[in-house]
Design a protein around this ligand. Sequence first.
Ligand code: PEP
Ligand code: MG
Length: 550
Amino acid sequence: MSRLSGIGVSAGVAAGPVARLASPPELPPDSGPEVDPDAAVTRAHQALEAVAADLDARASRASGPAADVLLAQSMMPRDPALADAVGKAVAAGTSLPHAVHEAFGIFRAALEAAGGYLAERAADLDDLCHRTVAELLGLPMPGLPEPGHPYVLLATDLAPADTATLDPKQVLAIVTEQGGPTSHTAILAKSLGIPAIVACASSRELADATEVLVDGRAGTVDVEPDPDEAERAVLAERERARAVAASSGPGRTADGTPVKLLVNLGSAAELAAASEVDSEGVGLLRTEFLYLSRTTAPSVAEQAESYAEVFAAFAGRKVVVRTLDAGADKPLPFVDHGEEPNPALGVRGWRLSRRTPGMLADQLAAIAEARRRQDADVWVMAPMISTPAEAAEFAERAHALGLPVAGTMVEVPAAAIRARQVLAGCDFASIGTNDLGQYTLAADRMAGELADLLDPWQPALLELVRTTAAAGRELGKPVGVCGEAASDPLLAPVLVGLGVTSLSMAPSAIPEVRAALAAHTDADCTRLAEIAVAASGAVEAQAAVVDAAH
Ligand code: PEP
Ligand code: MG
């Protein structure tokens, strides 16, 4: 038996034979002008329609957000501008498959140039291009394998079209060569409850039908494991999952030290389900997601309405509202982001209030108004704060508008390093490990290729968490974590050992994190934190904590 490792992004244990996502068709050499250009264009139309119809058919088998994603995707091949671009390339003497490739390339470049969420859709276009070319050449459709029995899915990375109709009864686990902790694969696997490992480059070597044992918590793939041991591991995991699902109540370590378990909320659609989850409230309300499709700024009254809806769903519980984090990976159509060579280091989040102070004033007024109407325990915090002066200015403005608890997101290393001074001027801190990781390791959070640097187990990131939490303890002010790191049940006791007092995560992650905290004493947490920070790298930190925790 040999062991491969990657980054575990969705907990769980599964064993079975691997099957690989069919790879995209190879483009044949360009054979030059089509003999009958009109007939070629007609074939292109038919192929694009066939691809769209296939997506529609999958949408009808899927449900919820997955169906929406597929329906939105099926509109792309039907865009007349795409068929026109194919026609132009054919008329210019390009062979049909290459003309299709070129036409999709034009659209791809336009999306990439738009940046942010639109740029992320570029991978969807690649997928549609591959499907159209496969259709034209009569090759197998790229996509999920159908071996006729449950399997462990191997892929380079996963596109939404691959995963939207993914059947959790057939797919026992997912292992990808690329992708990071915040990739589409990670988010999807977590929401479906399928064990998953990303950034496992050596999975490329696995031959079809090889038996593996996947541990999504430890991030390991055992190749050709002993069948009895594999069965025992799967059964033990099933037993553990049953116990975890039955757990309830507020977060506590084994000694009873409280650690608030909160949910992250990113869309109105999640609200009903998230409010049903046994949590102590919302630790991060990503307000920009309420306005992604708006082309004009929402009025104070409209905003107050949306916030009041959230506060009503969480009546009696805590709701931490983050003010607009527009810019970089979250551009908003109604915010003037200008031309920035480096948007992640540009005028984003709190910094936008330099340009348009009225926007923040309106938002705070709307939150205050919604708070007056409902009885949630409303806190506010600002994203991308860099200095103590910024933290104090935000808190003053929030207090002046009648919002009594105002804090700072710690996402910039400078804010973590100077956490004592930052916390002195505001009421609490919430560590955004996604951005803090990106800025500490100087690794773009959208770059799947740099997933190893973005791993929340990076000891440098953990040290900054410790500095921030220590400042909170000294001043008696709460310090939580609301980045993806908080949803990792193995990392959660480490974060508590570093001193954080609350963890905010995807609602589905709460039971596992609750169970992980309950299984560790305060002294265990402190010891695991020391082990993680002392490690030489992220993989070593995780491995050392796995060893010490079991
Ligand atoms: C973070 O940066 O960790 C965070 C929670 O904010 P977002 O992911 O929305 O940038
Ligand atoms: Mg952030």
